[in-house]
Each structure stands twice: as structure tokens, then as C-alpha cells.
Design a protein around this ligand. Structure first.
Ligand code: GTB
Length: 222
């Protein structure tokens, strides 16, 4: 059975690959696993059928061979453990790659999400201008630490891994803020990952889904 994942029917990111189904699509492409996508509306996500798959009524979900998963990190890890390509065979190197996956989700993503949600939801609040520099500073601290560890290396720990995949999807959320560009090595790291054939295939697929949902000719570029 081909795994089935869920994604936004009409993604609010307008096809920029920022919703969390993208990391799962990319993982499938890296390991060469064909998959199907079921697009769901915001309304459908809150209905019993979807809540049976995802207790919080969100995307992405994963279904295959009777197994249902939610949480993009768990899904990417599951894909990476089943097929070669995203986790090193060496046990210690594999454990380090998993550390990076968790670091992306638990240590780097939270301040980035808080900054971007503030910009979306609190821009008109009286405290916004005072709060934003503090949130930016938290992101800057993590980026400086990450850049220091990456150094001149191509990837975070040896070969490209699920840890890099997750970290890059998290860093991409900073696009347009200028914060990533303060660290040319991190900007180059993200660009390097975006150049991977698997990334490009996953990106093209989610963009085609977005265009289809808005009736845009997929052959025309945006
Ligand atoms: N921790 C969960 C995971 O990693 O899977 C978080 C899942 C999650 O936040 N899903 C979001 C969702 O379903 C979509 S990705 N939201 C609907 C809801 O909660 O009702 C988050 C997202 C949305 C939009 C953008 N964007 O427009 O740039 C980026 C990220």
C-alpha cells in the first residue's frame, strides 16, 4: 500500500512549501518512496473522520498498512527508519542525526514560529513594536549557535540526514525576515538543501497542488 498523507486543500502559504506536510513530502522523495496525498479543508480537519487520524485536527497525517501517525517529526522519523537515505547506518551517527531532528523541532523551531505568528497575529497590538526585537533576539541567538556548529561543513553531521531535512524546513520559515542572511553559511546551507533533486520534486508537487486548488494552470509559473 502506498502511504497516504494529508495536506491543506488550500494552503495559506500559497505554495511556498512552508506547511508541515512539505517535510514529509521531501522525506518520501529522499528515500524514493511513492506516496499519495489527500487534501483536506480547514473544516474537514475538525470533523470526526480527520480527528480520528489526528487528535488536534491538523495536517499532516500518515496512513499505511493500518498504521496511523501524526506529528511531522514522528512521520519523517518513521520514513527515515524504514528506508535508507535519511539516517546513517552507524548507530552513533544515527543517534546524532535524530538529535538534530529533535533540535530542529524543539530548540530552533519554537522561537521562529513565535516570531512569525506574532508578525501575523499581533501586528496591530500596542505591544507589538516593543516585543518584536526581543523575539528576533531569541531567533538570532539560535542562528548564531547553529552557524557556529555548522562552520564550513556541508551538513550538520556528516552526510545529509533527516536532521538536516528538518532543520532546513524550520529555517525556511525565516524567509523574508532577513535574519537568515545575517549568517551567509546558514543561507548557503538552506540553498544547498533546496538544490537537492528530492527537495525540488517535493516542492513542485506541493506547488502543483496549491495551483490546482486555486484553478491556476500548473504549467504557468507564479
Ligand atoms: N507539531 C505538528 C506537526 O509538526 O505535525 C504541527 C502541525 C501543524 O501545525 N499543522 C498546521 C495545521 O494543521 C499546518 S502547518 N493547522 C491547522 C489548524 O491547526 O487548525 C503550519 C503552517 C501553516 C501555515 C504556514 N504558512 O502559511 O506559511 C506555515 C505553517
Amino acid at each position: 500500500m502506498r502511504p497516504i498523507i494529508t495536506a491543506f486543500e488550500s494552503s495559506p502559504d500559497r505554495g511556498r512549501g512552508l506547511a508541515r506536510d512539505f517535510r514529509v513530502r521531501w522525506a518520501f522523495e529522499e528515500v524514493g518512496q511513492p506516496y499519495d496525498v489527500r487534501l483536506v479543508s480547514f473544516d474537514a480537519m475538525k470533523q470526526p473522520a480527520h480527528l480520528a487520524l489526528h487528535p488536534f485536527g491538523q495536517i499532516p497525517t500518515y496512513e499505511a498498512d493500518g498504521l496511523v501517525l501524526f506529528e511531522s517529526g514522528a512521520v519523517v522519523l518513521h520514513i527515515a527508519r524504514r528506508q535508507p537515505g535519511l539516517l546513517p547506518e552507524d548507530e552513533a551517527a544515527c543517534a546524532r542525526a535524530v538529535s538534530w531532528l529533535f533540535a530542529a523541532l524543539d530548540t530552533v523551531e519554537p522561537p521562529i514560529v513565535e516570531l512569525s505568528m506574532t508578525a501575523i497575529l499581533e501586528r496591530d497590538e500596542p505591544w507589538y513594536e516593543a516585543r518584536r526585537p526581543m523575539l528576533e533576539q531569541r531567533v538570532r541567538q539560535r542562528l548564531a549557535q547553529l552557524a557556529a556548529r555548522l562552520g564550513e561543513a556541508e551538513w550538520l553531521d556528516g552526510a545529509f540526514s533527516a536532521g538536516d531535512l528538518m532543520m532546513v524546513t524550520v529555517l525556511r520559515r525565516l524567509g523574508g525576515s532577513g535574519l537568515l542572511d545575517e549568517h551567509p553559511s546558514l543561507a548557503a546551507y538552506v540553498a544547498r538543501a533546496e538544490g537537492r533533486p528530492a527537495y525540488r520534486r517535493a516542492f513542485a508537487d506541493q506547488l502543483a497542488a496549491f495551483k490546482q486548488s486555486f484553478g491556476i494552470d500548473p504549467a504557468r509559473s507564479m
